[in-house]
Design a protein around this ligand. Structure first.
Ligand code: 0RA
Length: 643
């Protein structure tokens, strides 16, 4: 375009319009940028800012991140990187800092090195956080000076200012999420800590300090990196190897890091990351790892004559039992695929991972023959039980469980057929089941009473589970079938699966058993938001004809107070504590816990698969000590059991 002296919208004015348009769009459609405006999106703001500091770390310029949850609801993130540049952009006539903070999508304009993350929702940049904040302040420490700029709802409140000398280096960002945008504005320390711990495991040179609003600090720094990650994940399990196997390699600008351990459980836990992003759906890096693991271990087992008495060949699945592994790759241009954009698609990554793991695992085995023996023993056990299960299956068992078209006799099904609108209540005990059957709206609510405790799936192999009556009943009622290949979530007969147990220790245990089952074997139902926990009231407070339900102690006390005030202190208030669902009559159960117009349900979500795995392995595993510790530490939170 020709520049003429009379051209009116100067490039300065043009950037301003661009900025305001950009900010307006982010504020109008926040979900497009950060996923949602609830707790998840809120915490995403912190990750966005921290991601920039992580980029500096990946470039080799930073080894420290400080995250503070401030008492006023704002968050501060500090790093010791190079500091966001502050010099004037020659055309836009604005400080680079201002552009980074206000131009939507400007973050990518700077060369942040080869490992700029470009996946899914990540990497939208500081400008989006800024636009969604009531206010935001940035300080940059560079070249012996400190610089400052403040923004309100994304708009600069003055130019970038030099605020004096500084002997530091780095960037400090403080922002307060806008309550006009966010439905939830309270940060949860545990959620922040989970992610910061994960980042510290994934970047072993990094030290991350998290400070809560009371000033308590926790430092996350793991010199062992992924090795310590695996140890942390397996803390409640009995380990097979003294130390995790650790592999590191670089090829064609791809970095591959991996740690693995075997434990005495039957579950497999593989966590995978690409550029620090959890790839829930796996992808080529995971495929490459599995192929190399199976191939190398198999080859060495043959070579060392460890399979001589085995009449069947080992399959990839046999190597999964009791495996815990974390694989982390750094890829220059990751291609993310899959439903949630968390599956790596780069085909070259598969062969790079495969060859690095093949080579290094071989080297490791050569110098640690005992480790090979231990693993192969375990894998042979898996293979033999697979064979036993296959034979048992052939003997009709599988047919009766999974292919019979009938519904379980105990199920009181609903009358409409549209799964979208149907609900399945899984209820503890026959008496509560009876109340639920009478109280329900039978058009769309089905009731499945459970006898007692279901099997602890954390300690059982697949074919054992199919012998368990309660588990069979649940699978049949759901209609989804079950097992790695057979599970068909699209056949689910209900839109909501609601777990309804007593408000006592046994109830909590049964609920945890059921959640363990769903988490380990039907996780996609949880991920699709289909699993819920019913919330029966804890108290019935009565005074004369007035009666009200309370869901916790605070609510109970408020009700008591208000009843006394109405009736001027003369009232006798009667409080009934519900221990079991069976203490409620069908009408009460309906009106408090099952009626969609009045009930409240907890939706079960897997915020963090690693953390959820830890909870289940601790609560349901073999080791007693960690379980006791865990229960003591978390006793205060049991009311909010969100996985
Ligand atoms: C672009 C270029 C340079 C640094 C950064 C961005 C940077 C951004 C953030 C955000 C948070 N912390 C950060 N640290 C650095 C390098 C400029 C140079 O060459 O010095």
């Amino acid at each position: 375009m020709l520049e003429t002296g009379t051209q009116t919208p100067s490039s300065y004015a043009a950037t301003n319009i661009q900025v305001l348009d950009g900010i307006e769009h982010v504020r109008l459609r926040p979900a497009m940028y950060i996923g949602d405006v609830h707790s998840r999106g809120l915490h995403h703001l912190v990750y966005e800012i921290v991601d920039n500091s992580i980029d500096e770390t990946l470039g080799g310029y930073n080894d420290y991140i400080f995250v503070a949850l401030n008492p006023d609801g704002s968050v501060t993130v500090i790093d010791r990187g190079r500091g966001i540049p502050v010099d004037m952009h020659p055309e836009k006539k604005k400080s680079a800092l201002e552009l980074v903070m206000t131009l939507i999508g400007a973050g990518g304009k700077f060369d942040k090195g080869a490992y700029k993350v470009s996946g899914g929702l990540h990497g939208v940049g500081a400008s989006v956080v800024n636009a969604l904040s009531e206010w935001c302040e940035v300080e940059v420490y560079r070249d012996g000076r400190a610089y400052f700029q403040r923004y309100e709802r994304g708009v600069p409140q003055g130019d970038v200012r030099d605020i004096g000398p500084s002997d530091q280096r780095g960037t400090k960002t403080t922002f307060k999420p806008d309550h006009l945008i966010f439905k939830a504005t309270e940060f949860r320390k545990d959620i922040i800590i989970d992610r910061m711990r994960e980042l510290a495991f994934l970047n072993k040179t990094l030290s991350i300090t998290v400070q809560d609003s009371e000033g308590n600090e926790e430092i996350f720094h793991y010199e062992g990196g992924l090795k310590e990650f695996v140890q942390f994940t397996d803390q409640s399990r009995i380990k097979l190897l003294k130390e995790p196997v650790y592999i590191y390699g670089e090829r064609e600008s791809t970095i591959v890091e991996l740690a693995l351990q075997y434990n005495d459980s039957y579950q497999e836990n593989v966590f995978s990351y690409v550029n620090n992003i959890n790839t829930h759906e796996g992808g080529t890096h995971v495929t490459g790892f599995r192929k190399a693991l199976t191939r190398t271990l198999n080859a060495y087992a043959q070579k060392n004559d460890l399979l001589k008495n085995l009449k069947i060949t080992l399959t990839g699945d046999d190597f999964k039992e009791g495996l815990t592994a974390v694989i982390s790759v750094k890829v220059a241009e990751p291609q993310f695929e899959g439903q949630t954009k968390t599956k790596l698609g780069n085909s070259e990554t598969q062969s790079i991972v495969e060859s690095i793991v093949n080579e290094q695992l071989a080297e490791f085995i050569e110098s640690n023959p005992n480790v090979l023996k231990l693993i192969i023993e375990k894998v042979k056990g898996a293979a033999m039980s697979r064979e036993a299960a296959r034979k048992a299956k052939e003997l009709t068992r599988r047919k009766s469980v999974l292919e019979s078209s009938g519904l379980p006799g105990k199920l009181a099904d609903c009358s409409i057929n549209d799964p979208e609108h149907c609900e399945l209540y899984i209820v503890e005990g026959d008496s509560a089941g009876g109340s639920a059957k009478q109280g329900r709206d039978r058009s769309f609510q089905a009731i499945l009473p459970l006898k007692g405790k279901i099997l602890n799936v954390e300690k059982a192999r697949l074919h054992k589970m199919l012998e368990n009556e309660e588990i069979k009943t649940i699978i049949l009622a759901l209609g989804t079938s079950f097992g790695e290949e057979e599970f068909s979530p699209e056949k689910l007969r209900y839109g909501k699966i609601i777990i309804m147990t007593d408000a006592d220790v046994d109830g909590a245990h049964i609920r945890t058993l059921l959640l363990t089952f769903f988490f380990r074997y039907m996780r996609s139902l949880i991920e699709a938001g289909k699993v819920f926990i019913a919330q029966p009231p804890l108290y019935l407070v009565k005074s004369g004809k007035d009666q009200q339900y309370a869901w916790d102690d605070d609510e109970r006390n408020t009700i008591i107070e208000s009843m006394k005030k109405m009736q001027k202190g003369k009232a006798t208030v009667h409080i009934q504590r519900y221990k079991g669902l069976g203490e409620m009559n069908p009408e009460q159960l309906w009106s408090t816990t099952m009626d969609p117009a009045h009930r409240s349900l907890l939706q079960v979500s897997v915020e963090n698969a690693m953390e959820a795995d830890l909870v289940f392995s601790t609560l349901m595993g073999d080791k007693v000590e960690p379980r006791r510790d865990f229960i003591e530490k978390n006793a205060r939170y049991v009311r909010r059991l969100d996985v």
